[in-house]
Design a protein around this ligand. Structure first.
Ligand code: SF4
Ligand code: SF4
Length: 448
């Protein structure tokens, strides 16, 4: 039986690329590699302009704390080190490398020598850290830190292969074409946590992927596939935990607080890759789609490749674009630069025409239909939150638990009154956080 959560919405899936095999993108002329593609401290470049680098070479690291090392995805020469604004609006140093097309591999890239059974948890964490692996579903939290912080607290490992956003089929193709990498990655994680049971959670719109996984797991007592109902936002951590365990994750708490830890399917296969080949995270699968793209595809792409290279490889554009989105249409971020680089968190690049623009034929107006309340996976009252946020009434918005909103966008999508609820909420949350930060800074200054 398919499992699910309460609330949520059914979207037009637009899974146009679900039958498109993953194609390896030819190496680009150059890559632009950001020193921060993860949550945590920015890395500092370990190379200088003019240096020659190898594929897989460590080119960025921070001195300590929460960070994720950065590696070169090609061999070549460092052309520039320059600051650029990223999707988030934050300025980050980028290392620009011209490809020499010699494909020289860094000598550090070699398989881990011990067998998994003889490998300790600490060694697995070290491998994951050195490979620069961060959450590839878009969250970009450093994976070694997720493992370390959940160690000893969890009894269930969940591999998230829900992929509930429209258009994106990168995880789907991964489990169809290389299910063993996901399963083996999960085995490594089970060893790290000392557990004997893991779940691969897949939405029921991927029957071929589910069949491929099950075919490899017929005799497995440790790993099972759980089929989830196709519904948005099924891939959200809280919803997936509820669907599989019936446990509700309190806001502000990590999944480990309810005994769970969740990894994206491609993150899991990258862990296996690092263990088996020693190759750090230098490439990822990207779905390139949208009604403007001539030939939508799934591509295996070196990190740092400009979006324009992927779009050209997909036959270029057939319509005037209205929006380029990094990620899915519900939670992805619109881009301003067609040459922005693919990062570890880029699961999709969507080029959409204004057919996808929500046309406002009337001024936004709440008609009190209650659809947003019924669909909110966090059981909030988006109708009121939208009003309080639009009126800058942050106090009431907080009383109505605005900070619990996961910004899934279900409310705005479903609103017949065209109220841009999530946009109001996002802006208000930003303002509330900013005020809290300013207050804390003021308090700290007054105590000096
Ligand atoms: S869905 Fe839109 S119109 Fe309906 S109650 Fe919510 S805000 Fe109002
Ligand atoms: S209020 Fe937040 S969590 Fe609820 S539906 Fe809207 S965006 Fe999603």
């Amino acid at each position: 039986m398919t499992k699910t959560f309460r609330g949520g919405i059914h979207l037009n899936e637009h899974k146009n690329t679900e039958k498109c095999p993953i194609e390896k993108l030819p190496a680009p002329e150059y890559v632009t590699i950001p020193m921060s593609q993860h949550i945590g401290a920015h890395c500092k470049p370990l190379v200088n302009v003019g240096d020659t680098v190898c594929k897989g070479q460590l080119i960025g690291a921070a001195e300590s704390g929460l960070y994720c090392p950065v590696h070169s995805s090609i061999s070549g020469k460092v052309r520039a080190i320059e600051e650029k604004k990223m999707t988030s609006g934050v300025s980050v140093l980028n290392v620009v490398i011209d490809n020499d097309f010699e494909n020289r591999l860094d000598p550090s890239v070699k398989p881990f020598e011990k067998k998994l059974a003889e490998t300790s948890s600490e060694e697995i964490i070290e491998i994951v850290k050195n490979a620069g692996i961060s959450g590839m579903g878009g969250a970009t939290f450093p994976t070694f830190a997720k493992i370390s912080s959940a160690m000893g607290k969890v009894d269930t490992i969940i591999i998230n292969c829900a992929e509930c956003e429209p258009f994106i089929t990168a995880n789907h193709r991964l489990i169809v074409e290389n299910p063993a990498a996901v399963i083996n990655g999960l085995k490594i994680l089970l060893k790290a946590f000392g557990l004997r049971e893991g779940i691969i959670a897949v939405e029921d719109n991927k029957p071929d992927g589910i069949a491929r996984l099950n075919a490899l797991l017929t005799n497995s007592k440790m790993i099972r596939v759980e089929v989830l109902k196709t519904k948005y936002p099924q891939g959200d951590e809280r919803q997936i935990i509820y669907a599989l365990t019936g446990k509700e994750l309190p806001m502000g708490k990590l999944p480990a607080e309810v005994g769970c830890v969740i990894f994206n399917a491609e993150t899991c296969s990258s862990i296996f890759n690092a263990f088996a080949t020693g190759m750090p995270l230098i490439e990822r699968i990207v779905t390139v789609d949208g009604d403007c793209v001539n030939a939508p595809k799934n591509l295996l792409v070196p990190i740092g490749t400009p979006y324009s290279v992927l779009i050209d490889y997909c036959g270029g554009l057939k319509k005037t674009p209205w929006k380029i989105v990094n990620g899915g249409p519900m939670m992805g971020a619109a881009q301003w630069d067609i040459n922005a680089p693919v990062t570890k968190g880029t699961s999709a690049i969507l080029v959409l025409s204004n057919d996808f623009d929500k046309k406002y034929e009337m001024d936004p107006c709440c008609i009190r239909c209650g659809r947003c309340v019924r669909g909110c996976p966090m059981h909030l009252m988006p109708n009121y939150l939208g009003i309080f946020a639009a009126r800058n009434n942050y106090e009431l918005a907080e009383q109505f638990d605005i900070m619990s909103c996961v910004e899934c966008g279900s409310c705005s999508y479903n609103c017949p009154g065209n109220v841009p609820i999530v946009q109001h909420i996002r802006a208000a949350k930003g303002e509330i956080n900013e005020r809290k930060r300013a207050k804390a800074a003021q308090l700290a200054a007054s105590q000096k």
